[in-house]
Design a protein around this ligand. Structure first.
Ligand code: TYM
Length: 337
């Protein structure tokens, strides 16, 4: 059975960009592949963060993923598998400074940190984190990595590191992982559809998967679209495209087709209010299901936490085996237990 690996950072609420861009696909893939999904807390330390909040966010994200349909046996917390960081160090020596300098997310994220304060602290971890991401993927010898389009460059780097490692040790040891994109390649911000939906842009830019109905409807209702003339000129603005993406990803294929026909027909005009209402109804349905499941899980918190620790211990065995082989191939010493 082919293996899937993907991961998400515990940096706060999970939003519809994460869900439609990645997690929705993770859930479906569980039937066909051997899946390993990580809540990557080491990664969440690369931006300014609060230690006490990190632990809370990590468990919160675990419960959210379970409510969305991820099976507990497929989930691990990265700091419970410390082999990732050791492999990350080894990979640092198979990755060039130049490659890391070309990562657009480093530039985006450091600009974000420097926004109100140009002398703000930018950690070396932020610069280096794509190497740890390569270790996350390769330590499980994953065949496929389901992610949003924003992670494409990091995936390419992981393939380069794997190739360089294989060439140095003279063996096709690592398989080259392939990116797997869902249909919703990129979900955009509601308030600024030229950007991707992201928590770091602020409240009005994203919708949490546990958003209250009133606030959800308000956010979708005030989503930036266009003045309506784009429709006449046959150009779809990013805001409208985003609403259509959410309608389709939310499972309303028929309605999507119908509204798209009206939109494209020069003889008719689609009401943006109707489109927004359809999107709101779709998302409200999904969020209420998620909230319901989340409530059920909250009743068994302790048991579920133990279950996740056990899954992490099982998943760790794969990571330990790979690290042992990598150290052997790299000329390092292996600890004997
Ligand atoms: P993160 O935590 O930012 O996002 C988790 C997943 O959600 C996807 N995503 C989106 N997709 C479409 N539209 C959006 N607006 C949107 N926002 C987020 C991301 O592509 C991602 O799939 N570096 C990664 C975490 C990571 C990882 C890994 C991923 C660490 N190690 C190994 C895959 C494999 C990150 O910061 O994702």
């Amino acid at each position: 059975m082919k293996r899937i690996l993907s991961a998400i950072q515990p940096t706060g609420e999970i939003h519809f960009g994460n869900y439609f861009g990645a997690v929705q696909n993770w859930v479906k893939l569980q039937d066909e592949f051997q899946c390993v999904y990580g809540v990557v807390d080491y990664h969440a330390m690369t931006m300014p963060y609060s230690p006490s909040k990190l632990r809370e966010n990590t468990w919160d994200l675990i419960f959210s993923l379970l409510a969305l349909g991820i099976k507990p046996e497929n989930l691990f917390i990265q700091s419970l598998v410390p082999e990732h960081t050791e492999l990350g160090w080894i990979f640092n020596c198979f990755c060039s400074y130049g490659e890391l300098s070309r990562m657009t997310q480093f530039k985006d994220k450091s600009d974000q940190v420097k926004e109100g304060d140009k002398d703000a602290f930018i950690s070396a971890g932020l610069f280096d984190y794509p190497v740890l991401q390569a270790a996350d993927i390769l330590i499980y010898k994953a065949d496929f990595v389901p992610v949003g389009k924003d992670q494409e460059q990091h995936l390419e780097l992981a393939r380069n590191i794997a190739t360089r490692f294989n060439n140095t040790v003279g063996k096709e040891y690592f398989v080259l992982p392939e990116a797997m994109f869902s249909e919703a390649l990129k979900v955009r911000s509601l308030a600024d559809p030229t950007k991707k939906m992201s928590k770091s842009l602020g409240e009005k830019h994203y919708i949490s998967i546990f958003e209250e109905e009133k606030s959800l409807r308000k956010k979708v209702g005030s989503a930036v679209t266009d003045a309506g003339d784009e429709q006449e000129r046959g150009i779809m603005s990013p805001g409208i495209e985003n609403l259509f993406i959410m309608l389709k990803a939310g499972g309303k294929e028929e309605l999507h087709r119908h509204m798209m026909e009206i939109y494209k027909d020069p003889a008719s005009k689609l009401s943006y209010k109707d489109l927004k209402e359809a999107v709101s109804d779709t998302l409200v349905d999904l969020t209420s299901n998620f909230a319901e499941k989340r409530k059920e899980l909250n009743a068994n918190k302790k048991e579920i936490k133990n279950q996740i620790k056990e899954s992490a211990a099982n998943i760790r065995k794969i990571a330990q085996e790979t690290l042992k082989e990598v150290k052997e191939l790299s000329g390092l010493q292996n600890v004997r237990f």
